[in-house]
Design a protein around this ligand. Structure first.
Ligand SMILES: Cc1cc2nc3c(=O)[nH]c(=O)nc-3n(C[C@H](O)[C@H](O)[C@H](O)COP(=O)(O)O)c2cc1C
Length: 472
């Protein structure tokens, strides 16, 4: 089923018992962040709901958070799929994108604010790492831009710092697709038109945080994911198109040659990301629906919504590359939440011959050069999402001297605090390079039988489990 907009999707989450309404008045400047973090710490993944803060002190606008990635089940709901179909859904959408259609108008035009009426302060933008962040940040912006030469679109989620009523900071990492656009505009000496979209049907948000190949349009891949074209409308003050049913659209311009201090910001690694000189958006117009809903991602210390949505969005790119392009018999690819869904990659596969584990490492690093600082390859009998099984394979199917491989001068995991001292700024060149360790924890020779009771005996015990006095 294709959801029409965020509201339609929230109703579906509600009907499935996956949306928790918080009616108590909350403070956006400290409480939203603390509640979000506690929800991730106290409620296990299988029970964790998305959140709707209905009563934000001083605002009439609710905050929806965790709605794309409170859990694996919520992520699957965003795709209208079962959790075990997530990879397959992505594979199909990348192979069969559905281009968006342009319509004349849409609900996002219900209110059009220009000139003095532009005021970002009207939205309840939370402060996330209180006492450390310099102010409120948009964490779920879908930043839309186009290539000035090819007109290829890009949509990416990059942190946006609120700096005034019509001014924001924007931090786009060096390897991100939008950088290609920024560099081209800078070389042409032209301003960059940009639109920051907040609150849409869920598939755009999932594409915005996923490594969609640079030549593919995120709006078309989102169309492929939902099985129906997205509807786009033209912006008011910039030559861009945005989802017609978006809750809020912030239009503006970037001077690509200008940089200003941005950050520090509490990051997905679980540490503060350092400040640096970064881009600025001068806001030219805001359009929004009547009674808009403000959408935020819960990020910072993992596990978080950010590690869930980035994890799946990146795993699928590696999975597709290893299986489709390299023809490897890969069972699963998992970026561990403890590594912020970036630093720690585990891959299970059936080897055709010795040495293929290294091919899988290199394949993963080639397609996603900043990910997998620690990459572990295991046999296909190991469930890489089960940390105990992964550690068991590393403990007894690997010899460090033979099976550990270090690659130097590789693209670093962005924001990895182990790269440099505290005074190394975000824009420093040394932040770009690091190294990787590949661990081949597959069996290299014949193994003894496992020391478990026979399967038939275990199944007989399961059948009469309560008979032993255990309740489930
Ligand atoms: C909550 C959240 C915040 C993010 N913030 C940033 C950011 O500030 N800068 C950045 O370069 N990437 C950030 N990312 C990662 C990008 O969204 C991601 O790498 C995406 O693939 C970028 O789009 P692109 O591939 O079109 O460049 C963030 C992801 C999430 C989930």
């Amino acid at each position: 089923m294709a959801y029409d907009d965020l509201r339609h999707y929230l109703r579906a989450l509600d009907a499935a018992g996956k949306l928790h309404h918080i009616k108590r008045a909350v403070d956006k400047d400290w409480e939203v962040s603390a509640v979000g973090k506690r929800v991730f710490q106290r409620i296990p993944d299988e029970k964790r709901p998305a959140l709707l803060f209905e009563n934000v002190k001083g605002y009439s606008i609710p905050i929806a958070a965790g709605v794309l990635g409170a859990s694996r089940a919520v992520y699957a709901m965003a795709l209208s799929a079962e959790p075990q179909q997530i990879m397959e859904r992505w594979e199909q959408a990348l192979r069969n994108p559905i281009p968006p259609e342009i319509v004349d108008s849409g609900p996002c035009k219900e209110n059009i604010l220009t000139g003095d009426a532009v005021d970002l302060g009207k939205f309840p933008v939370p402060v996330w790492t209180v006492g450390e962040d310099p102010g409120p940040y948009l964490t779920a912006p879908q930043v839309c831009s186009i290539d000035p030469e090819t007109k290829q679109r890009n949509v990416g989620t990059y942190r946006v710092q609120i700096k005034g009523k019509n001014r924001t900071g924007l931090w786009v990492g060096e390897t991100q697709n939008m950088q290609l656009h920024l560099r081209k505009y800078e070389a042409r000496g032209e301003r960059v038109p940009v639109a920051v979209v907040l609150g849409t049907e869920p598939c755009i948000g999932l594409c915005s945080v996923a490594k969609v190949p640079v030549r593919q349009d995120e709006f078309a891949v989102a169309g492929g994911l939902r099985g129906k074209p997205l509807q786009l409308v033209r912006c008011e003050t910039v030559p861009l198109q945005v989802p017609a049913h978006a809750e809020i659209v912030i239009e503006g311009w970037i001077d690509p040659a200008f940089r200003e201090e941005e950050g520090p910001f509490g990051e997905y690694t679980g540490y503060m990301g350092p400040p640096g000189a970064s881009h600025v958006i001068e806001v030219s117009c805001i359009t929004h629906r009547n009674e808009p809903i403000y959408h935020a991602f819960i990020s910072q210390m993992p596990p978080s919504e950010s590690s869930t949505i980035r994890g799946f969005g990146r795993e699928m790119g590696i999975y597709k590359h290893l299986r489709q392009e390299l023809g490897l018999q890969v069972r699963d690819v998992h970026l561990k939440h403890s590594g912020g869904s970036a630093a720690f990659l585990a891959i299970s596969m059936k080897k055709d011959y010795d040495g293929q584990a290294r091919q899988a490492m290199w394949g993963a690093w080639a397609i996603e050069p900043s990910l997998g600082k620690i990459t572990v390859i295991v046999d296909d009998d190991i469930d890489v999402r089960d940390t105990f099984q992964l550690e068991w394979a590393m403990s007894f199917r690997m010899q460090p001297e033979r099976d550990v491989y270090v690659a130097r001068d590789t693209v670093a995991v962005r924001l990895d605090p182990s790269i440099g001292d505290l005074d190394v700024r975000q824009d420093a060149k040394q932040k770009m390079l690091g190294s990787k360790v590949g661990i081949d924890a597959t069996k290299k020779h014949r193994y003894p039988p496992v020391s478990l009771p026979p399967k038939a005996h275990m199944e007989r015990v399961d059948e009469v489990w309560e008979g032993y006095g255990f309740s489930d």
